[in-house]
Design a protein around this ligand. Structure first.
Ligand code: MSP
Length: 519
């Protein structure tokens, strides 16, 4: 066996329903996973839930539920959601599961035994109502705290700290020597700037149980639970360890399993810009202390707004991904988020731009091409390809090569732009060759056969090219073209796959025209 391409999303807090931001991150990760599958690699895609900590404990309390029950109920919703997005995830991690907890406790014991922790006193201003320590920034000009914090008292707490500071220069050197470790470039510069201009403080990795109960207990001091970020980041390694991957189990002193998938180190952690410091500073240092190799890349995406404003449940300014999927189909949703927004910058969802792309690029672009090509083949030739031809082969090969390069470098938006150049070329070819006119001219019968072949072969190739992004549509095209096998193999994107004498099925619309439906 060989190492699988292993990629992850952030794990979501289970204190609410999934929204556009969560959906976006899972979709881009899925497209990267499917790209590698299509290119012939074994892939392991991990996503899941971050269930411990103050946020979840408070949300469960507000709901009058035991935290475990509260998490179990939400977990079912989130797992269903992964299915709605058509994700190829190989596993689904929940941090309240025994397999995850066992790993975190083994790591804590290991780091404790190796002198990475120390105990110290923390003195600060604590708001019982907010259940958190306040900082100087929370103070008003007159030195008092806002009444929203309720009673604020100075509190002294004993906690365990993880020695981060001593690894600062090592981390700077690693980031400088590995330009692709944090991508895009702007995020890499942000981390380097932070590390070079600040002294890293040690990380408090515990919470006394009297303040927070909902967490993983320290194996060497039962008065404490583990800080939620230490717990959550560990998920990326806890699942490989639980599956028995020797590369991670070995160094922590856990048992490996003979037929376990080889996963660690992760190839890519996909995350949003707000949690960069945790993934690009704390996590690498945790791994170094665990004596585990670092992941290949932290890939950082931007944040979505709706109509130019922050999405917020209280104002109702949100995009409900499930609603969009129910109305427009999962492929329309997947397509829009990655065609509209490149991985990196922030994006803005508007219903107008969603509908415009649906109509121009999906319904009138790809959908119309497939529909009219197959309809003409059925009408004029009873569905049969009577010849082969390579008139559009050169154009197709050009866009296949570009799309492949874009996919390989995870530039999904650029890949789609290349692929739609081929959609446009083929639609233009219909206008130029006018098969509906050729069909009326008896002496143009051979020419019509050629034109039809070029069109249907383009549709078949397009199915392979779009599979990572809109897999359902790709599969429908293969069915309609009646091509055996699955479009999940990039090798099939080669001109000439359809043979003379091949018979296609009838066309059914891929993207129903909503404007017509409503009339
Ligand atoms: N639980 C932590 C992550 C722990 S990872 C070891 C967390 N959870 S979260 O639910 O708040 O966010 C999960 C992911 O969704 C993050 O990567 C975050 O950046 C992303 N997004 C949340 N809102 C978003 C948008 N509005 N737009 C795009 N992504 C957003 O943080």
């Amino acid at each position: 066996m060989s190492k699988r391409f292993y990629l992850t999303t952030a794990i979501d807090y289970v204190n609410g329903e999934p929204h556009l931001g969560h959906a976006y991150e899972k979709v881009i990760t899925d497209i990267i996973a499917r790209t590698h599958l299509s290119l012939g690699q074994d892939v392991f895609y991990l996503t899941g839930l971050d269930e411990h900590g103050q946020k979840v404990q408070s949300a469960a309390k507000a709901d009058g539920k035991d935290p475990q029950l509260y998490c179990d109920e939400f977990a079912a919703i989130w797992e269903t959601f992964a299915g709605r997005l058509n994700l190829t995830n190989s596993d689904f991690v929940r941090t309240s599961s025994q397999r995850h907890k066992a790993f975190v406790q083994a790591v804590l014991q290991n780091l404790h035994d190796n002198g990475h922790f120390y105990q110290a006193e923390y003195r600060g201003f604590y708001s019982a109502r907010q259940e958190s320590f306040l900082t100087e920034k929370d103070r008003r000009e007159d030195g008092t705290f806002d009444p929203i914090y309720g009673d604020v008292n100075e509190l002294v707490e004993h906690n365990y700290y993880f020695k981060l500071g001593q690894h600062q220069q090592w981390l700077i050197d690693h980031i400088e020597a590995n330009p692709s470790f944090i991508q895009p470039e702007t995020r890499r510069n942000e981390v380097l700037g932070f590390l070079k201009n600040n002294t890293l403080e040690d990380l408090c990795i515990t919470r006394p149980k009297e303040r927070l109960e909902w967490g993983i207990q320290l194996p060497f001091d039962e008065r404490y639970v583990t800080y939620v970020w230490f717990d959550a980041l560990s998920n990326y390694a806890s699942i490989p360890a639980a599956l028995g991957d020797a590369a991670v189990a070995g160094p922590i002193g856990l048992d490996s399993k003979p037929a376990a998938p080889e996963l660690w180190p992760a190839d890519i952690h996909v995350i949003g810009k707000d949690i960069l410091k945790f993934h690009a500073v704390y996590w690498p240092i945790m791994l170094k202390a665990m004596k585990l190799p670092l992941p290949g890349q932290v890939l950082v995406h931007g944040w979505w707004q709706k109509d130019g404003q922050k999405m917020s449940k209280t104002t109702g300014n949100v995009v409900d991904p499930v609603g969009v999927i129910e109305e427009w189909g999962v492929d329309a949703f997947r397509y829009y988020v990655v065609r509209e927004l490149d991985i990196g910058p922030d994006g803005n969802w508007t219903d107008e731009s969603f509908e415009a792309r649906y109509s121009a690029e999906l319904a009138n672009g790809l959908g119309n091409l497939v529909n009219r090509s197959l309809s003409m083949l059925n009408r004029y030739r009873g569905g049969m390809l009577e010849t082969t031809s390579d008139e559009l082969a050169e154009d197709a090969e050009k866009w296949i090569t570009k799309a492949r390069r874009n996919y390989e470098s995870h530039q999904i938006q650029a890949a789609l732009i290349s692929i739609w150049r081929l959609v446009d070329r083929a639609n233009q070819y219909v206008e130029q060759t006018a098969p509906f006119k050729l069909a009326k001219q008896e002496d143009q019968s051979d020419r019509l056969n050629e034109v039809l072949y070029n069109l249907i072969e383009c549709c078949r190739i397009l199915a392979v090219l779009i599979w990572p992004v809109i897999p359902d549509t790709a599969e429908k095209i293969f069915e309609q073209v009646n091509f055996d096998g699955s479009p999940a193999d990039f090798e099939l994107a080669k001109w000439g796959g359809l043979a003379e004498g091949h018979t296609c099925n009838k066309a059914t619309p891929l993207f129903p025209r909503k404007d017509l439906e409503k009339k």
